[in-house]
Design a protein around this ligand. Structure first.
Ligand SMILES: Nc1ncnc2c1ncn2[C@@H]1O[C@H](COP(=O)(O)OP(=O)(O)OP(=O)(O)O)[C@@H](O)[C@H]1O
Length: 626
């Protein structure tokens, strides 16, 4: 609140000044009428000057209120959005995966806007209205209390009806924002997958889903608007009944000599200021309910569990292998473990390849090393050391731990130890851990910015020369130069204007620019055309040279070049060794290999030397192997 205190204070003070001037004007008009009827009229000059001063002062105070509130609401909203985005940056991957990005976007835009509009348009009224109400009521009671009581006869009934009408507004607005979030999510899915939807003729189904979601939005917003429309006549009743009552009864009191003409004019003038807050109260109250709903949805983002903040910058230990997994078991939160008792070491400048059937847990190992899952947080934001939760054997049961979960929610749990560059995962701050890792994932994510920026994201602050060097090394320079604006060509969403192979080479260039000590590579399973495949293969070979690499391998050449091949099945390492060593054993690897490469498999050398025209076939076969 502190940074905005000045603007809030200014808006409060200015709105109080407006209220004081409004009341004062009423008193002045009364005096004017009384003097005129008593033959003691104030001069026209004096009247004009005083009214001019009051009007200008009122206008200045109104301007100050509006300006201060706009300043406050816009900067508060900017800061709220900034906090939300930085919270999202540190939020746990599993927590984010359980939400739709479209819903999150809706919260950051629609809900935040509801709050901003409230502050801009109604916040000052929270101060202005009570002050003007109490002042007007006091003066009115002093003028003629009987007239006040008579005028406000219908008020309690109106307040009761209004409260009943307003009560469900909070729930309704919350529902409306929720439906809006779902509709946004469907719209995002539809727009993000246009080629696929068209190819599968699914557009009609998706637009049907969107229509249904928008139908709900319409239904709920009609409910909200119907309520608002009901509240409006009640407000009108509030506004008009006292005027009818006071004019009727006031006329009688004047005839009886209990009220002067000036008093009657003052009464009618101030009644306006009494009724304004009363008629605004239902609307304000409905707005407050809406803001409460929107704030709740925004705060839900701030309640997403955070990744641990680690123990600050770590001194890197050069002794020992850069990556060690020791008895690692993992569950995404379900009843069974996705990984069980995984142990291996990745020495400096060596390559370990993970192979195994689809779903055997290969990508999960890479994600765990990136610290995406299973790091529990202490109250101080540091990570709970995984073994601390174990039973003394140093091996907590991941699935059992997952079931215990936080507040009944099954959360991913990791047991065993993962050491990256000499430090257990729990000691790392996730951000600095990821600075030490280059991940090239299966689905290359490109951003709708220039090619140069897409590569440059690998190392913020990298020079143009470094970007070009990385692109050349990844075999991407030539095709980039053929794009309409070369490195400045803007890529469509997710790199829509590039081929699959080109996208992969840009992702490899990004990783090359990063030059992190450990390279995590999830080879794409999608088959590319022969030429692209050969180019991607060359780029991969270059990036893997002299690097410490853990690779989920789908290409035979990658597997052959690896210093160690780990064969996974159902989350367990069932075999380990080199490609040749594994072939000599009659295990799963041999079985898979023979199944995929049977006729030509005998001559490995020949396979390796067959060149680009054979790459496509190999990849397709290896896809089945991995
Ligand atoms: N985010 C997730 N939440 C829950 N379960 C998941 C999640 N990601 C993967 N899984 C499950 O974990 C298991 C291992 O998945 P993983 O992606 O690690 O396999 P993989 O060996 O890399 O498969 P592929 O070769 O097909 O990419 C699968 O059963 C999968 O359904």
């Amino acid at each position: 609140m502190k940074p905005y205190a000045l603007w809030i204070l200014l808006s409060i003070v200015a709105s109080l000044v407006v209220a004081a001037i409004d009341i004062w004007l009423g008193l002045f008009i009364e005096e004017l009428v009384e003097d005129a009827t008593g033959g003691l009229a104030i001069s026209m000059e004096d009247t004009f000057s005083l009214l001019a001063v009051l009007t200008v002062a009122g206008a200045a105070a109104s301007y100050a209120t509006k300006y201060a509130l706009t300043r406050f609401s816009a900067s508060a909203l900017r800061d709220i959005r900034r906090d939300l985005v930085s919270h999202l940056e540190r939020a746990e991957v599993s927590a984010l995966e359980s939400r739709h990005s479209g819903d999150l976007v809706s919260r950051l835009t629609n809900d935040a806007m509801v709050i901003q509009n409230f502050f801009k348009m109604h916040f000052a009224n929270l101060f202005y209205m009570p002050v003007v109400f109490v002042s007007a009521l006091t003066v009115l009671l002093l003028t003629n209390w009987k007239l006040v009581v008579f005028s406000l006869l219908l008020l309690p009934v109106a307040i009761l009806i209004t409260s009943v009408l307003i009560f469900p507004m909070n729930k309704m607005s919350e529902q409306l924002q929720k439906h809006l979030g779902s509709a946004n999510a469907i719209a995002q899915d539809t727009l993000g997958g246009i080629p696929m939807l068209k190819a599968f003729n699914m557009f009609r189904a998706m637009s049907g889903k969107y229509r249904a979601a928008m139908g709900l939005v319409l239904k709920t917003s009609l409910q909200v608007e119907k309520r608002r429309a009901l509240i409006a006549p009640v407000s009108l009743l509030l506004l008009s009944s006292p005027i009818i009552f006071s004019v009727t009864y006031g006329g009688y009191l004047i005839r009886e000599g209990e009220l002067t003409a000036g008093g009657m004019i003052l009464f009618l003038y101030l009644l306006n200021f009494l009724m304004q807050p009363l008629s605004m109260a239902p609307i304000l109250s409905a707005q407050v309910q809406e803001v409460k709903g929107a704030a709740k949805r925004l705060f839900e983002i701030l309640e997403l569990p955070l990744e641990p903040s680690g123990r600050g910058e770590l001194a890197l230990r050069n002794e020992g292998p850069p990556l060690v997994l020791d008895g690692v078991s993992f569950s995404y939160g379900g009843t069974s473990n996705v990984l069980s008792d995984i142990s291996f070491e990745l020495p400096h400048r060596q390559t370990v390849a993970l192979v195994g059937p689809s779903g055997s847990g290969k990508s999960t190992i890479l994600k765990l090393i990136c610290g995406f899952y299973g790091m529990e947080v202490n109250a101080d934001g540091t990570a709970v050391m995984p073994n601390a939760a174990s039973d003394g054997s140093g091996q907590a049961d991941a699935s059992a731990a997952a079931d215990e979960g936080n507040a009944g929610e099954a959360r991913p749990r990791l047991s065993g130890t993962i050491r990256v560059l000499g430090h257990p995962l729990a000691e790392w701050d996730p951000l600095s851990l990821r600075d030490r890792l280059s991940l090239v994932s299966q689905d290359t994510y490109l951003f709708p910015v220039s090619v140069a920026d897409n590569i440059g994201y690998g190392r913020p602050g990298a020079s143009r020369e470094q970007v070009l060097e990385a692109a050349r090394a990844a075999g991407a320079h030539e095709f980039i130069m053929e794009l309409p604006d070369g490195y400045e060509t803007l890529l469509g969403e997710r790199g829509a204007r590039l081929s699959g192979g080109q996208r992969q080479r840009i992702a490899i260039a990004r990783a090359m620019l990063k030059r992190a000590p450990i390279l995590l590579l999830d080879e794409a399973t999608s088959a590319l055309d022969t030429q692209s495949e050969a180019l991607v293969q060359e780029a991969l070979e270059r990036i893997m040279q002299d690097s410490t690499v853990l690779v989920v391998a789908h290409r035979l050449s990658t597997i052959k070049d690896a210093d160690l091949v780990l064969v996974l099945q159902d989350g367990e390492i069932v075999e380990r060794g080199t490609h040749d060593g594994l072939l000599e054993r009659n295990g799963l690897y041999k079985k898979l290999y023979l199944k995929q490469f049977a006729p030509g498999a005998a001559d490995d050398k020949e396979t390796a030397e067959r060149g680009p025209q054979h790459v496509r076939r190999e990849t397709a076969l290896e896809t089945q192997l991995g």
